[in-house]
Write a protein that binds this ligand. Structure first.
Ligand code: ATP
Length: 503
């Protein structure tokens, strides 16, 4: 594979070719940053959601789930701050008429300098034996100079963002000589704020209609149900409420496939704790969530924490779990200590008390909240892109294989009669009936067996079960494993248990 850009393109076309992800409304030329999940995509997505739900709700006795509506009272979004402050700074290039996020232009510029450093490091790695990367980064003049550039820009940029200084952002873009990738010019408009919420009308008569919003996050549905759940579930602090659901954001720069979509899905959990205990729980959830990711068997070096230096005004700690996507390390999940901001704001705007009486301390208080928030689609992209592999085989051919964790793979086993005669299809159907109640299987009798194996490799099916002449004699089948291509025989009686043991 020539480079990461090409690799990413291959991943996107593989997702389409094998029924994982289709562009939305494709026969009408698509709808920007909206995607549909195909027959295998929906299975992988459901398995990811189930893996999260089990880890959160089933394994934690003090976490329960809800499913709140997408439409909510419009005042919720005033209370949460989204009406006034859920903005991105946008800038247009006057020549190409293309619109960009000012912050993304600057971040891309920083990334380019970082790429230069990484190239230098890679070159040196090849040249020297016993290469000391840390020492090289500290002493190589070009690397040191570029690192200083990055540090200077990052400090300036963080300060401008914090102060919401739009004129300053434009000046920084000009000072860094950032050009529009389409027109190549630096003819920029002023930077303006753009609210990311989609709005619509509720009610049949437009004049009397109220503007309501498609929720940009699922969290607020949890906050406004905090007391309902606490009371009806007799929940004791600390406890959590989990939710999986759609969220909508009118992203200005929607690109990188399903990394940044306008309609996407979130898995969020709000954990309500005693005031003063939030930082302890923040550390707990940081560790817990990283464990969840790494339990999938994806190499740990693909994950890293990125602690926020500048915090939102309502947070007292925040970190991102970043994943190494084909386009670099980017946010996969956010973990935030949100203080009592949201519940207090909802108390203020609704006029209703959202307090918890703590029987242990005999005190009534607004609980503090630690949130974990991950995008289902981003998790899908992380798992899918990490699994995609083009492998050179000994005979010189190339095998495309999706090395998905077996637990998440859409189809767990393919049942394949070696030939379409001699009673093999009937026997294979019998085996399908044995396996079907336990996990999703696929029957396939078309094409030569080698081609069928390759097709299942490309779908990511961990096991192929082949029925051959010997099966009819001794009731054993060949199990072929996707990753190693190793084959061994298993008795049909023990097949279900053997496969479950390997998932
Ligand atoms: P980013 O900085 O990438 O825009 P964010 O910080 O705005 O993300 P949060 O508001 O913290 O994201 O949302 C929590 C999670 O929801 C993110 O970690 C990400 O996995 C997911 N997410 C957010 N926006 C999108 C989107 N437009 N498309 C897909 N997933 C998203």
């Amino acid at each position: 594979m020539a480079n990461n850009e090409e690799l990413f393109k291959s991943i996107i076309s593989h997702a389409k070719e094998y029924g994982y992800i289709f562009p939305s409304s494709e026969i009408y030329d698509g709808l920007s940053a909206v995607y549909d999940y195909g027959q295998y995509g929906v299975e992988l997505k459901n398995n990811i959601k189930q893996y999260w739900w089990k880890a959160m709700v089933q394994y934690h006795e003090n976490i329960v789930g809800i499913d709140s509506a997408i439409f909510m009272h419009p005042t919720i979004w005033k209370a949460s701050g989204h009406v006034d402050a859920f903005n991105d700074p946008l800038i247009d290039n006057k020549d190409s008429k293309k619109r960009y996020r000012a912050d993304v232009l600057i971040e891309d510029h920083i990334q380019k300098i970082e790429d230069k450093i990484n190239k230098e490091v890679e070159k040196a790695k090849k040249r020297f034996e016993n290469f000391d990367e840390a020492l090289f980064r500290q002493t190589n003049p070009r690397v040191v100079e570029n690192q200083k550039k990055i540090d200077d820009i990052t400090a300036k940029y963080a300060d401008l963002m914090q102060r919401n200084d739009l004129a300053g952002l434009k000046q920084l873009i000009i000072d860094l000589e950032i050009a529009c990738p389409i027109s190549g010019t630096r003819n920029w408009t002023d930077v303006r704020q753009f609210n990311l919420m989609f709005s619509t009308q509720m009610g049949s008569v437009a004049e009397g209609a109220d503007t309501i919003y498609l929720r940009p996050e699922t969290a607020q549905g949890i906050f406004v149900n905090f007391l309902n759940v606490q009371k009806t579930g007799r929940m004791k602090v600390p406890f959590g409420i989990a939710q999986i659901g759609k969220a909508f954001r009118n992203e200005i720069v929607a690109r990188q496939f399903i990394f940044r979509m306008r309609e996407f899905e979130q898995m969020e959990m709000q954990f309500f704790v005693r005031p003063g205990e939030e930082l302890k729980w923040f550390e707990y959830w940081k560790a817990e969530r990283m464990k969840w990711h790494q339990a999938l068997g994806i190499a740990p070096e693909n994950y890293r924490f990125h602690d926020h230096e500048k915090l939102a005004h309502y947070a007292n700690a925040a970190t991102d779990i970043e994943f190494k996507f084909p386009f670099g390390f980017k946010e996969l999940e956010g973990i935030h200590s949100r203080t009592n901001y949201d519940l207090s704001r909802h108390e203020e705007f609704s006029g209703k008390k959202l307090r918890y009486f703590d029987p242990e301390t005999n005190e009534s208080y607004v609980p503090y909240v630690v949130e974990t928030s991950i995008g289902v689609d981003r998790m899908f992209l992380a798992v899918f892109s990490n699994a995609y592999c083009e492998e050179k085989l000994e005979d010189g051919s190339t095998r495309v294989v999706l090395r998905l964790p077996a637990m998440l793979a859409p189809i767990k086993a393919a049942v394949l009669p070696l030939v379409k005669k001699d009673g093999m299809p009937e026997k294979a159907r019998e085996i399908m009936d044995i396996l079907k109640p336990h996990f999703l299987c696929q029957y396939d009798e078309k094409d030569a067996i080698g081609r069928r194996y390759r097709r299942q490799d490309a779908i990511g099916t961990p096991f192929c079960i082949t029925v051959d002449n010997q099966t009819l004699e001794d009731n054993t089948v060949t199990v072929r494993e996707r990753d190693t291509m190793q084959q061994y025989r298993v008795s049909v009686d023990q097949l279900t248990g053997t496969l479950i043991g390997k998932m």
